[in-house]
Design a protein around this ligand. Structure first.
Ligand SMILES: [Zn+2]
Length: 653
């Protein structure tokens, strides 16, 4: 196979120069990847916690590498963990591929090669690979599709293969991924004698498209189209009992099998499944031209972002099942907001930007990435959240069975460890989300500093973007080209600003052209030229749609891309007694453990007089407040100090 670079447009690896994100890349390289290797190899220093009290499987250790060894006949024992435990290894390899693009490392490659050898040894001769079914229930292969995750696992192997192959040029894992994909193609499809169903957990669809883009093998595109078409096409598509025992309405919506995806209008069911499905739909439509799939994506996007998304870019409102519920149902303390679901939302946004550069997608991509997604990892790179609350009271998390999934501090690892390696593979590929090209124009979606070389309209450009988030966001976009070329560069106007200016080579542009939320600059470029953008970054008080019951009378705070929260570490307990007033003002405050500044807010605290010692309720009394100031920190940084309360939505006068 010929080595092809992603999109065919990138000439060199995009170099991240941004201080905030470059630090994350270093953390992934130096700490996260080595730590996660220890975790999947059952190192005794890694403590594995159950993700919630209703977890269906005992999860005392990862066993992910050991499962592969057993399936390969190199070790003995039973499978431990979920049906999809193999994906923890695949995502780790994908992270390795991504990170050695930034930091070449032969030792790390050798380690990844050893894992790939193990995958090869465990794979059956027809390409089948799922260690749970191979070890525990070979007679049930492809018979439990609603729960088995067999195709989901193949999807993650494909993604790992593409990352590792692109980074190293080594094609062993790519051949294994193709072999597994060919096994699926031999078993699933509309033809007689094949299975007429899809996987309960979407992922394979989007992965098949990536594999098709690399190999040009049309069977992979066709299979993705088929899997998206067969889903929900007949009532018994999935007979799913596990979550249906909690609420019958979960079935078959939980697996997005209530209608064919192209006919779906709203975001239903398990949030990660839904977003991965939408990515598969959008990417398939890009190649097949299927407008119905794309239109369904747009309807679902609209439903999520105007009715079912948290202010931190989180999704999944139910305390059991990590699922969507109904419009405006956004409880702050029993939600799921799974890290993977927010990552899925980032992927969904990015896939839609390939169709239509519109800031309604990139604004949400930024919201999810800078808040819910990175909150999923502690500052040390060795602790992770699965669910991400907007309101946390440690005692309630501990004592309420409804909140067993809400952790007050980040565990090392989970029995269901989907989130930690998903974070690693996403952060290590941050460059994928910054820009895209459409119709020969460059679109800047995220203000992250980078250096890159790219082709636009067959002309070669060197781009250097530097950003400075201070009292304003200042972006310097330097373009160098050897010839004189006409091209268009587009810059997103973030939803959190209404005041901005644009300078071209020191001259202010007065007639700014805005298209779908992007500033467009089309001109003849030659030599080195500079675009300077300045966006005001005021502290904003957010209110929710009045139908969001949980947030009535409350404000959240945002500055630039960051949502803020109050923590007990700065403010003492009983954060619900704090309130903002119409006079509330914010000033910057630098804390030593995070880069973006904290905010010191003026406000009030409700007094609890001694009379309350004797009673729970009184008649006709107004609560008393005293002036109080309080500190708010960027949400992503919460739970990095002592365990305590946290609150995003604060009461307001
Ligand atoms: Zn997850």
């Amino acid at each position: 196979m010929e080595r092809i670079k992603s999109g065919g447009k990138r000439l060199i690896m995009m170099k991240i120069t941004d201080s905030f994100w470059a630090e994350y890349l270093r953390l992934v390289k130096q700490t996260v990847v080595p730590f996660q290797w220890k975790a999947i190899n059952d190192d005794s220093s890694v403590r594995v916690e159950v993700e919630s009290a209703n977890a269906p499987i005992p999860t005392e250790k990862s066993h992910a590498i050991e499962n592969l060894k057993i399936a390969a006949g190199l070790s003995e024992g039973k499978h431990v963990g979920y049906w999809f435990q193999d994906t923890d290894v695949y995502k780790w390899i994908e992270s390795v591929g991504n990170i050695i693009n930034h930091f070449p490392d032969k030792d790390l490659e050798t380690l990844a090669d050893s894992a790939i050898d193990l995958i090869e040894a465990a794979m059956e001769s027809d390409g089948y690979l799922n260690t749970y079914y191979q070890i525990m229930a070979p007679e049930r292969k492809f018979k439990d599709l609603h729960i088995s995750h067999e195709m989901y696992c193949c999807g993650h192997l494909i993604e790992a293969a593409l990352s590792y192959y692109n980074a190293t040029g080594k094609d062993k894992i790519l051949k294994l991924a193709c072999k597994f994909a060919d096994c699926l193609d031999a078993n699933f499809g509309p033809e007689d004698g094949k299975l007429h169903t899809a996987d309960g957990h979407q992922e394979i669809e989007l992965a098949l498209i990536k594999l098709y883009e690399l190999t040009g093998e049309k069977r992979y595109l066709k299979l993705s189209e088929y899997l998206l078409d067969v889903r929900g096409s007949y009532p018994e598509c999935f007979s799913y009992d596990y979550f249906a025992r909690y609420t019958p309405s979960f079935r078959p919506k939980y697996l997005q099998a209530h209608k064919q995806p192209k006919n779906q209008d709203t975001a239903e069911g398990h949030a990660v499944r839904l977003t991965y499905m939408c990515v598969g739909m959008a990417e398939t439509a890009l190649h097949s031209g299927d407008k119905k799939l794309l239109e369904a994506c747009k309807r679902i996007w609209e439903n999520i972002t105007t009715r079912r998304m948290y202010v931190i870019g989180g999704i999944g409102s139910t305390s059991i099942g990590e699922a969507f519920s109904f419009d405006y149902d956004l409880p702050n303390d029993t939600m799921y907001c799974e890290t993977c679901a927010s990552i899925g939302l980032v992927y969904f946004a990015r896939a839609m930007l390939n169709h239509e550069p519109d800031s309604k997608y990139s604004d949400v991509m930024e919201r999810a990435l800078f808040n819910n997604v990175i909150a999923g990892m502690g500052r040390d790179g060795k602790k992770y959240f699965y669910s991400n609350p907007l309101e946390s009271v440690p005692q309630a998390n501990e004592l309420s069975p409804l909140k067993s999934h809400v952790k007050s501090s980040r565990p090392d690892w989970f029995g269901c460890a989907c989130c930690p390696p998903n974070l690693a593979r996403t952060i290590s590929a941050i460059e994928k989300y910054i820009v895209s090209t459409t119709n020969g124009e460059l679109y800047t979606h995220l203000y992250i500093g980078y250096d890159n070389e790219l082709l636009l309209e067959d002309a070669r450009f060197n781009i250097r973007q530097t950003v400075n988030y201070a009292d304003k966001l200042k972006v310097q976009f330097e373009v160098t080209t050897k010839t004189s070329v006409s091209a268009a560069f587009n810059f997103r106007v973030p939803s959190w600003t209404s005041n901005y200016s644009v300078y071209l080579d020191g001259k202010k542009i007065e007639d700014i052209i805005i298209n779908a939320g992007y500033i467009k600059i089309r001109k003849e470029w030659s030599g080195t030229e500079k675009v300077e953008l300045t966006f005001d970054m005021p502290v904003l008080r957010i209110i929710s749609h009045p139908k969001v019951r949980a947030n009535i009378g409350k404000n959240a705070v945002q500055r630039g891309p960051f949502i803020y929260c109050a923590e007990e570490s700065d403010n003492g307990p009983d954060l619900h007694l704090l309130r903002m007033t119409p006079e509330t003002r914010f000033t910057e405050k630098q804390l030593d453990f995070i880069i973006p500044p904290a905010l010191e807010a003026t406000g009030e605290r409700m007094l609890i007089s001694d009379d309350w010692q004797k009673t729970l309720y009184v008649y006709d009394e107004s609560p008393q407040y005293k002036p109080a100031s309080f500190t708010m920190i960027p949400y992503f940084a919460w739970a990095n100090r002592e365990v305590g309360e946290m609150l995003v939505w604060l009461n307001t006068k």
